[in-house]
Design a protein around this ligand. Sequence first.
Ligand SMILES: [Zn+2]
Length: 216
Amino acid sequence: MAKKKLAAPGGYRQTSSVIVDPGGSWGGIVAAGDRVRFVDLEGQQAVDFLCYSALDMRDRYNAANTMKMAGNAYLNAGTVLYGEYATKLMKIVASSCPNHDTIGGCCSAEMNYLRYGKRTHSCRANFLHELSKFGMGEPDIVANVNWFMSVPVGRDGHMAISDSPSKPGDYVDVEGLTDVIVVISNCPQKYNPACGYNPTPVRVETYTKTRVARRR
Ligand SMILES: [Zn+2]
């Protein structure tokens, strides 16, 4: 496991740090200008993610809008996460791992049964658990982001969840561009390479801007 503590982003101080076990979940509010960091402690661990405007929860992450505005199917540092109403919800400000996914979606008990004949815990169940804390539910689950998950698309259109390039200690920093509700599931998937067939813990850290003392 990566033990090394990452430095706080310049001009920010840490406000929380939580380990999320494999199959666990986390939800919180990230205010405009604040940041959330996801650390893949052991590498190759998919973190399923959704965000919603805290001011109007109908304005939630929209994968298609995000890909169209980026001109790219993969999410990297600099990518803005757009909402349903073309609102800039969040921005990836740093990432030590390239090409996060937003087309593979989240695992569910139903899809795991269909594909692998197994009844399992799932990211979909975790999303429902976290969304319930904010008065949301099933209709609020939309196509999501998968941090640290690799879904290459071939020239012939072939796509599949593939081995992640994420190494122990890799991280992604995401900044609120408006006040947002963030929910994540630390994927429990064991039957495809989303988590290297071995789900492992991640760390969620939140940061707020340090106040600059005003000169008189
Ligand atoms: Zn999953």
